[in-house]
Design a binder for this molecule. Structure first.
Ligand SMILES: N#[N+]C[C@@H]1[C@@H](O)[C@H](O)[C@@H](O)[C@@H]2O[C@H]12
Length: 472
C-alpha cells in the first residue's frame, strides 16, 4: 500500500474516510483511547447459567407490559458463549479499549455471601483474552443488574445495599485488580434511581419520587464506600471513576418562566449526581424543586461521596429544549419542546445536537473541575436493515459519530482533558424497556442466528482509529 503523509492513501484504499476525518483524528492526542461499550444484561444472555443468580432486570423484563413485546435479556446477543469471537471482532475493528460491565449476580448470586467461582472465572477469562489481544479493559461494576435478593430487602432504598456493593467491589478488584487498570463503579446512577424508583420505567419499576432520592443517595454512598476498598486492591497506576449521564437543557424562548423551568430541569437532570461527586454536596434547591425531603444521610456520607475520582465517565446522546409554563413545572414533568425546526433525530426521538456535547464537556471541566474525562457512551439508534449478505449500510450513524467527535475535538482544542471515546455500542443489544427494537451497535446482530455483521459505521470507525494511530 502506498504510504504518504499520515498514511492517507493506505487508509483511503481500505475505506473511504474523508480528509475531514483525517483532520479530525489529528485533534486527539497520542495515547487517546478509542473503544466501544456494552453492559452485562444487554449482551450476555445465559441468565441462569453457571450459578448466576437472578437480577432485578430478569424479573422486570419477564413482567408483562414492562418491556417492548415482552423482550428479555435471557439470550440477548449470547455473548456469554461468544467471548472469543467477539474479542476477535474488537481486534478487527482496531479498538484500543473495551468497556463492559460485570454482572453482580453472576459473582454473588445472592448479592452478598457465597461467591460464585464460575462467575469470577468468566470475567477473568474475558479480561485475559482482551489483554492478550492488546485491548484495555474498562470495567463497570454496576450497570443496573442488581441481584434480586437485595431488591427483596429494599434494593437501593436500603442503605445496606451500599455496603453490599462495597463488598462486591472488594471481591472483584481483589481478583482482577492485578491486571485491570480502569474501573468504573456505577453506570448512570441517575437512571438507576429515577427510572428505577421514581417513574418506574426501568427495573425495579417503582413509582415514588421520594424513594428515587433515597436510592440515589445510597447509590452515591455505594460509590464512596467502594472507592477506598478498590484502591487497596488495584495497582497504583490504575484509575477509578464513574459514568454519569447528562442531557444538556436549553430554553426554547427568552421568557423568564422558560429560563426558570430550564434551570430547574438542569438541576434535576444534570446536577443531581455530579454535584455531590465534584463538590461534596447536593445542588441548592434540588429537593425543593422536586417536592421531596432530603434523603436520610449520616455524618461522613458526603465526604465519602465527594472523595477524589481519577476520571469522570461522560454518557451523552442528545439535549432537551424546554418550554416554560406560567407556574414552575416540577422538573421531572418539565415541558420538552420538539421537534425543533430543522433538527434531526435518532430512532430514540433524541435530537442530534453536537454543539451541546461540546458545551457539556467545557462545563464539566470549568464548572466541575474534572481533570480527566472519558466519553464512556455516545452513539445513536437508527433503523438498520440487513439483506442477508455481509453489508449493513448506516450512513446516519457515521454522520452522528463524526459530528459528535468534531464537537469533542473542539473541546480538546479548548483545553478539555479528554482521554478517550467509547461509542455505544459495540453490538446491537437489549435496549432496556425498548427491548431489541432499537439498534445502537456499530456491529449488527441478527438475533435469529446471532450472526455478527460489521456495519459501514464499524468499517468507518476502524479506518478512523487506524488513521489516528498513523497520525500519532
Ligand atoms: N438508551 N440508550 C442507550 C444507552 C443504554 O443502552 C445504556 O445501557 C445506558 O448506559 C445509557 O442509556 C444509554
Amino acid at each position: 500500500r502506498r504510504k504518504t503523509g499520515v498514511g492517507m492513501s493506505s487508509i483511503e484504499e481500505i475505506y473511504p474516510i474523508s480528509r475531514a476525518d483525517l483532520d479530525l483524528v489529528r485533534a486527539f492526542p497520542k495515547g487517546f483511547l478509542w473503544g466501544a461499550a456494552t453492559a452485562s444484561y444487554q449482551i450476555e444472555g445465559a441468565i441462569k447459567e453457571d450459578g448466576r443468580g437472578p437480577s432485578i432486570w430478569d424479573e422486570f423484563s419477564a413482567t408483562p407490559g414492562k418491556v417492548f413485546q415482552g423482550h428479555t435479556g435471557e439470550v440477548a446477543t449470547d455473548h456469554y458463549h461468544r467471548v472469543p469471537e467477539d474479542i476477535v471482532l474488537m481486534k478487527e475493528l482496531g479498538l484500543s479499549a473495551y468497556r463492559f460491565s460485570i454482572a453482580w449476580p453472576r459473582v454473588l448470586p445472592q448479592g452478598r455471601g457465597a461467591i460464585n467461582a464460575a462467575g469470577l472465572d468468566f470475567y477473568e477469562r474475558l479480561v485475559d483474552e482482551l489483554l492478550a489481544h492488546g485491548i484495555a479493559p474498562f470495567v463497570t461494576l454496576y450497570h443496573w443488574d442488581l441481584p434480586l435478593s437485595l431488591h427483596k430487602v429494599g434494593g437501593w432504598t436500603n442503605r445496606d445495599t451500599a455496603y453490599a456493593f462495597a463488598d462486591y467491589a472488594d471481591i472483584v478488584t481483589k481478583r482482577l485488580g492485578d491486571r485491570v487498570a480502569n474501573w468504573i463503579t456505577l453506570n448512570e446512577p441517575w437512571c438507576s434511581a429515577y427510572l428505577g424508583y421514581g417513574c418506574g420505567i426501568h427495573a425495579p419499576g417503582i413509582q415514588d419520587r421520594q424513594a428515587a432520592f433515597v436510592a440515589g443517595h445510597h447509590l452515591l454512598l455505594a460509590h464512596g464506600l467502594a472507592l477506598p476498598r478498590m484502591r487497596a486492591n488495584i495497582k497504583s497506576v490504575a484509575q477509578v471513576g464513574l459514568s454519569l449521564n447528562f442531557t444538556p437543557t436549553y430554553a426554547s424562548d427568552e421568557r423568564e418562566e422558560t429560563k426558570r423551568d430550564t434551570e430547574l430541569t438542569d438541576l434535576f437532570v444534570n446536577q443531581w449526581f455530579i454535584s455531590p461527586i465534584a463538590h461534596g454536596r447536593y445542588p441548592e434547591g434540588l429537593f425543593e424543586a422536586l417536592e421531596v425531603t432530603p434523603p436520610p444521610m449520616q455524618d461522613g456520607d458526603l465526604e465519602l461521596i465527594g472523595a477524589p475520582i481519577d476520571f469522570l465517565g461522560v454518557n451523552n446522546y442528545t439535549r432537551d429544549v424546554i418550554r416554560g409554563g406560567t407556574i414552575p413545572a416540577r422538573p421531572d414533568e418539565s415541558v420538552k419542546v420538539g421537534p425543533v425546526p430543522g433538527a434531526c433525530y435518532t430512532e430514540m426521538g433524541w435530537e442530534i445536537h453536537p454543539q451541546s456535547f461540546n458545551e457539556l464537556l467545557l462545563r464539566l471541566y470549568h464548572e466541575y473541575g474534572m481533570q480527566a474525562l472519558y466519553i464512556t457512551e455516545n452513539g445513536a439508534a437508527f433503523k438498520d436493515t440487513w439483506n442477508g449478505d455481509g453489508v449493513v449500510h448506516d450512513p446516519r450513524r457515521i454522520a452522528y459519530i463524526q459530528e459528535y467527535l468534531q464537537a469533542a475535538a473542539e473541546a480538546v482544542e479548548q483545553g478539555v482533558p479528554l482521554r478517550g471515546y467509547f461509542t455505544w455500542s459495540l453490538l446491537d443489544n437489549f435496549e432496556w424497556a425498548e427491548g431489541y427494537s432499537k439498534r445502537f451497535g456499530i456491529v449488527y446482530v441478527d438475533y435469529q442466528t446471532q450472526r455478527r455483521i460489521i456495519k459501514d459505521s464499524g468499517h468507518w470507525y476502524k479506518a478512523l482509529l487506524s488513521a489516528h494511530r498513523d497520525a500519532s
